[in-house]
Write a protein of this length. Structure first.
Length: 455
């Protein structure tokens, strides 16, 4: 594919991974970002979620390693621990404590700023890639018939839109995240906006960092407990670089974690996982809590549009913004980058149509997992199909059985981490264990904690 240049709008993780895919084919790739990009691993204004706890699912770690070989070792060398997700994390799913066991599922305990910095350094070092910080895209340029996007209009933020100049490109990729401007730019060229699906979750989450000591959590590297109908509160503890724990407390539909010390601890102690409150009482806090609100998951169905300009793509969170409780966004972006790289190696014709179809298949599974789980809550608007209701009831029974059967815990975590498709939970070997094991004595959501000798 003989091409010259590409522009990526947004230099967050999604934009960086898009640039990685483009760099195989385009001689010049320019990333444009509104923020001055820090040299150190610090949060920035354009990524407000950067101060919140982030999780890189096992499948995302695998694909990131394929796109950037050696990145896992680089992160661990910078102090980000490698975590056995079943053996070193304590899971309370629907109030049931999963029985731990060693597993091959791995996550990297890394903050969003460090992950972004490492990925940005790797992408910025690729031949032909340029990062343009402190600049903003004011709009698109197109051919007179508006059938093809020919570039963008860019201005320095300090100069304002009146100083925008044309930056030509053979391909423009909108990786602008939740603040995507494609719903404005495309109608300005005469194209209809993409159909949207929204799932209102009314989520508020608060993250605070704590100093990690060897005795904390009895040596474990994480804790998880989810919100359930009637008790829409949850919490996560995840290890990070520099001997830190990130503690994220969340609430839905008006349940909001406070940000004062006593209120945060009281909120944590209302959760089914006693380890979270105990950690917050024992560990020294580092900095102030950071609060963020996420009103709704949004999916834009560009694959359903009959008309779309050539030379333009929408990517990452600009395509689909997932409920952050499931940690799917970075993994979905990495999978999209992998698909984009494959398509660019083939014929260039109809790139947008082919990419949006591939991206839709990438998004389908995590979207179904997140939305299906959110629909357990009566407050979430939307139809509940028989399939959704039966699946949620079945997964609840799986969690009960997983208190005694680590194989079921492993099966669930493989699906949650997008390693296996959800259908693997329904194969006969798993279903029999669920249906026969869910009647055993287990820790109930409103009952006492199960005593275990397995960690």
């Amino acid at each position: 594919m003989a091409t010259d240049s590409a522009v990526v709008v947004g230099a967050g993780i999604g934009g960086l991974l898009a640039a990685r895919a483009l760099s195989e084919t385009y001689a010049r790739v320019t990333l444009v970002d509104r923020d001055p990009l820090p040299e150190q691993a610090t949060s920035r204004r354009g990524v407000p979620q950067g101060r919140q706890l982030h999780v890189l699912l096992d499948r995302g770690r695998q694909v990131l390693e394929e796109l950037l070989p050696g990145v896992s070792d680089e992160l661990t060398a910078l102090g980000a621990p490698l975590v056995d997700l079943q053996g070193q994390v304590r899971w309370y799913n629907d109030g049931y404590r999963m029985r731990p066991a060693a597993s091959p599922l791995r996550a990297i305990g890394v903050s969003r700023p460090l992950l972004e910095q490492v990925v940005r350094n790797r992408i910025g070092a690729l031949p032909g890639v340029t990062v343009l910080p402190g600049h903003e895209v004011a709009g698109l340029t197109a051919t007179p018939d508006r059938r093809r996007v020919t570039g963008v209009r860019v201005h320095r933020r300090a100069d304002g839109p009146s100083a925008a100049v044309a930056h030509p490109a053979d391909l423009v990729v909108d990786a602008g995240g939740r603040g995507t401007r494609s719903p404005v730019w495309l109608p300005a060229l005469g194209y209809p906006p993409a159909p949207e699906e929204q799932v209102t979750v009314g989520l508020t989450y608060v993250t605070r960092l704590y100093e990690r000591q060897p005795q904390h959590l009895d040596g474990l590297l994480g804790v998880f407990t989810n919100a359930v109908p009637g008790r829409p509160r949850g919490g996560i503890v995840a290890v990070q670089e520099h001997d830190r724990f990130a503690v994220a407390l969340n609430g839905m539909f008006g349940e909001e974690p406070p940000t004062d010390d006593a209120g945060l601890i009281a909120y944590a102690e209302s959760l089914p996982a006693p380890e979270i409150g105990a950690l917050m009482r024992q560990a020294r806090p580092l900095g102030e809590p950071a609060r963020m609100r996420f009103p709704a998951s949004v999916r834009r169905r560009y694959e359903r549009l009959r008309r779309f300009p050539a030379g333009y793509l929408v990517f990452g969170d600009a395509l689909c913004s997932f409920n952050p409780l499931y940690g799917q966004g970075i993994t979905a972006a990495a999978l999209q980058a992998s698909e984009l790289a494959r398509l660019l190696r083939a014929a260039p014709d109809g790139l947008a149509r082919r990419f949006f179809r591939r991206a839709a298949r990438v998004i389908d599974v995590p979207w179904a997992i997140a939305v299906g789980t959110d629909l357990r809550f009566a407050e979430v608007p939307g139809p509940r199909s028989v399939r959704v209701r039966l699946t949620n009831a079945y997964v609840h029974r799986l969690h009960a059985a997983a208190t005694a059967d680590p194989a079921l815990g492993a099966a669930f975590l493989r699906v949650l981490n997008l390693v296996d498709p959800p259908g693997r939970l329904l194969v006969p070997a798993v279903a029999v264990r669920v249906l026969t094991g869910s009647g055993v004595a287990a820790r109930r959501p409103d009952g006492p904690a199960e005593v275990s000798t397995h960690g």
